[in-house]
Design a protein around this ligand. Structure first.
Ligand code: HSE
Length: 404
């Protein structure tokens, strides 16, 4: 029997218990042993819920029990999760987590402790909800030099943008809906400001490029300034707006990464990724293009990924699964060097003035917004865009990047 302890009985924690109870026969068969939930840790009580029989309020009970083989951390946040996870690993217990903030900040250190002790620190559920993207990067795409990862990595914002685009819903209304469905973080600022997607692209990039990408160095912009008018322009162009998290290797030792809303054309494989779904597009030098798609947030999809890690750890109880992620830092190029096209809405100026600043542009007019127009630039370095746009500084309504 393999004993596990689940830290946190919130949305994901209760999902983990439900998944293990629902599929216990097939899970045990795949793990090669019986998975037994010995403890659930939470500060709260749950009267009437069978979990009450195995509920503990004090982490010491779990930390000091040598019968606990695997600790499942689904509390979220940095503390006390970091202290609990580190302590579990140091006492020889494998850990799996859905906590992207913890992995993005302390991943290299926690992986190193696991490596030294021949145990495991796994985090499949930290990126892309139920999509098995970490396992794919770690053990399937090993023949490739990966040079791009671009993902829709936040279910809440994808759900919100989809509803805003198709139903014309207000920002606050759709945010409340996403919260009610259990997609959003405890503090949804992390979703709508792009911080959640930022941590996820930092994790995926670190695994793909084998070096530690510090999320604090990633340029991050959320969706709070996206308006129904922007959506109307997107529709006019046959495009849509998505929050993308992307990183690219553009030279031998040259990388960029960013999180921002992008205008996407219908040619993009990410165009049709709607609702709470996530997708991760990967380009490898021999593979070419690949895309991973699935439920990006919510109780059971996330719990499914967590339990898959439990099974993997049960199968590798005293054997470390190698990860291609060193603590050697991955440095990013300056954003001014990053190339792209830019969609800009302007007011109180003329097409001639725009063409003086940007000789090659595509002009877009919307009947319902007669006082303004928009243009899309040709491909240029962001630094060049910033220099050229100065001439129109007083007329800009908004700028959104375009993904080719
Ligand atoms: N709040 C996150 C999201 C949960 O919406 O994607 C899954 O990480």
């Amino acid at each position: 029997m393999i004993n596990i302890a689940v830290l946190g009985y919130g949305t994901v924690g209760s999902g983990v218990v439900e998944v293990i109870n629902t599929n216990h026969k097939s899970i045990n068969k795949r793990a090669g042993d019986e998975i037994n939930i010995k403890y659930v840790l939470d500060l709260r009580d749950f009267p009437g819920d069978p979990v009450q029989d195995i509920l503990v309020h004090d982490y010491e009970v779990i930390a000091n029990d040598p019968e606990v083989d695997i600790v499942v951390e689904v509390m979220g946040g940095i503390e006390p999760a970091y202290t609990f996870v580190k302590r579990a690993l140091e006492s020889g217990k494998s850990v799996c987590t859905s906590n992207k903030a913890l992995v993005a900040k302390h991943g290299p250190e926690l992986m190193e402790i696991a490596r030294e002790r021949d145990i495991n620190f796994l985090f499949e559920a930290s990126c892309g909800g139920g999509i098995p993207i970490i396992r794919a990067l770690n053990s399937s795409l090993t023949a490739d030099e990966i040079d791009e990862i671009t993902g829709i990595l936040n279910g809440t914002t994808n759900y919100m943008l989809y509803k805003m685009s198709t139903e014309g819903c207000e920002f606050d209304t759709v945010l409340k809906e996403a919260q009610a469905k259990g997609y959003a973080e405890a503090d949804p600022t992390a979703d709508v400001e792009g911080y959640d997607a930022c941590r996820k692209i930092a994790i995926l990039s670190s695994l793909a490029y084998g070096r530690f990408l510090n999320y604090e160095n990633i340029y991050t912009e959320g969706i709070t300034r996206i308006t129904p008018e922007d959506m109307a322009y997107a529709r006019e162009l046959g495009m849509t707006i998505k929050l993308l998290a992307t990183s690219r290797k553009v030279g031998e030792d040259s990388f960029y990464a960013m999180v921002a809303p992008f205008l996407l054309s219908q040619n993009s494989p990410l165009f049709s990724v709607n609702d709470v779904f996530n997708a991760v597009f990967v380009h490898g030098n021999v593979l070419g293009d690949a895309m991973f798609y699935g439920s990006g947030a919510g109780k059971l999809p996330t719990a499914s990924a967590v339990v898959a890690d439990v099974v993997d750890e049960a199968k590798h109880l005293h054997r470390n699964i190698m990860m291609n992620w060193s603590s050697y830092p991955l440095n990013l190029m300056d954003m001014s060097e990053v190339e792209g096209r830019f969609f800009v809405r302007v007011k109180g100026t003329t097409v001639d003035c725009v063409k003086e600043a940007f000789p090659e542009v595509e002009i877009v007019n919307l009947k319902e917004l007669p006082d303004e127009f928009a243009f899309i630039t040709s491909t240029m370095r962001q630094g060049e865009y910033e220099e050229r746009i100065r001439a129109l500084a007083d007329h800009i309504v908004t700028m959104i990047r375009v993904k080719d």
